[in-house]
Design a protein around this ligand. Structure first.
Ligand code: FES
Ligand code: FE2
Length: 391
């Protein structure tokens, strides 16, 4: 893919041989499991396979519903090389469609905001579109034989609102998201997750492989080494564990050292790369959503979104405090993720053994192994471990 090649030129990575054996074994239990081979992080071929077989088939959230409250609110998002517009139309419905003009392909909108006049128009030759993507007018096209304005529409994308997120899927044959997350839906609903308000986003350029970020998020074994004065004080590494789940997600339980005073928290992943964490008290005060905009095998943009209970949505001091503590934790994680990226690019790297505290990593590897096997893809949503919830 052209965009992959361009972006990969930004980052340094080892040259890869033209042919290599990319298969790897995932053991039957975490007790016998090891980390992934180096090429699963560093190979351009592996990354291109991930784009085609995983990213362009799976669901990714691009916003929270409350980020687009009004008619005409929009947001443009680059979804693995394709620019997508998310738009709220006059009926209040959310629509997702290609940002590529039907005339000569110019992108129509940029960034985020609100369009005036209940329509959008391409800046190049002023073709105009309705807020649901239908072509409304094309000036000076009377002599184009057989051209009928009303029969044209910007390419729509599958969209699903789930737990306050707006998920999109590039695959026109995508299976619905919600039936694969029934169990997680119940868990998050019990904490009012869908009602949390989006109040802040902090962005980090992240020059390492996206899976290193997912792995870091899904184990708290590293609390003792990476967060000794912060997270490990309240949530010591040895008490954490991966939950047995059924559905397209993973969940890491973090019990607190003093349950009467400090509620536990969940760190989770909606597979393959939507990361979230929430404090589990009756009135959930806040949660974080780590959005990974994956650009290449060694680069993604991390957007950490702060989601809060509506009772503190206007409390500037509380939001600043939550943002500061969340950022401080990530600043402790960055050198470790950068270090692992350096490590997997070393000729001396070999897969290392996992701790029992890293069970979610083993579950993640099993998911990747099944999804990367093209022949098994059709049945994988039902068959894979940590996956396969039915409605
Ligand atoms: S490219 Fe959009 S109107 Fe010409
Ligand atoms: Fe961490």
């Amino acid at each position: 893919m052209a965009f992959v090649g361009t972006l990969l030129s930004i980052v340094s990575a080892l040259d890869q041989p033209q042919e290599m054996n990319l298969a790897y074994q995932v053991s039957d239990s975490v007790q016998t499991a090891s980390t992934l081979p180096a090429e699963q992080y560093t190979s351009e071929k592996v990354f291109e396979d991930e784009v085609e077989r995983l990213f362009r088939r799976e669901w990714f959230p691009v916003a929270r519903v409350d980020q687009l409250p009004n008619v005409g609110d929009y947001l443009v998002h680059d979804l693995f090389g394709d620019e997508i517009v998310l738009m709220r139309d006059q009926t209040g419905n959310l629509n997702a469609f290609s940002n590529i003009c039907l005339h000569r392909g110019c992108p129509i909108l940029a960034g985020a905001g609100n369009v005036e006049g209940n329509h959008i128009s391409c800046p190049y030759h002023k073709w105009a579109y309705e807020l649901d993507g239908r072509l409304r007018g094309a000036p000076l096209m009377e002599q184009a034989e057989g051209f009928i304005t009303s029969s044209n529409k910007l390419q729509p994308l599958a969209l699903e609102a789930w737990q306050g997120w707006i998920f999109l899927n590039i695959d026109p044959a995508a299976k619905p998201l919600a039936p694969r997350l029934v169990e997680l839906d119940e868990k998050l609903s019990s904490y009012g997750f869908a009602d949390l308000r989006h109040v802040k986003t902090v962005t980090f350029a992240s020059p390492w492989n996206w899976k290193i970020m997912v792995e870091n998020f899904l184990e708290s074994y590293h609390h003792m080494g990476t967060h000794p004065e912060t997270l490990n004080q309240a949530f010591p590494a040895q008490g954490t564990y991966g939950e047995k789940v059924r559905g397209n997600y993973l969940l890491l339980e973090n019990p607190s050292i003093d349950p009467d005073e400090i509620p536990p928290f969940w760190a989770g992943c909606i597979l393959p790369a939507t990361l979230f964490a929430l404090i589990r008290s009756d009135n959930i005060p806040y949660a974080v959503w780590y959005q990974l905009d994956i650009k290449g095998r060694g680069l993604f943009e991390l957007k950490i979104h702060i989601l809060v209970h509506q009772s503190i949505a206007e409390n500037v001091d509380a939001i600043e405090a939550i943002t500061a503590s969340t950022t401080a934790i990530h600043l402790e994680d960055i050198p470790m993720c950068e270090g692992v990226w350096k490590g997997v690019n070393s000729h001396f790297y070999k897969p290392g053994r996992l701790s029992h505290l890293e069970e979610c990593l083993w579950q993640f590897y099993r998911y990747l192994a099944i999804e990367s096997d093209q022949d098994s893809h059709q049945s994988s949503h039902q068959d894979r471990p940590g996956a396969g919830a039915k409605p």
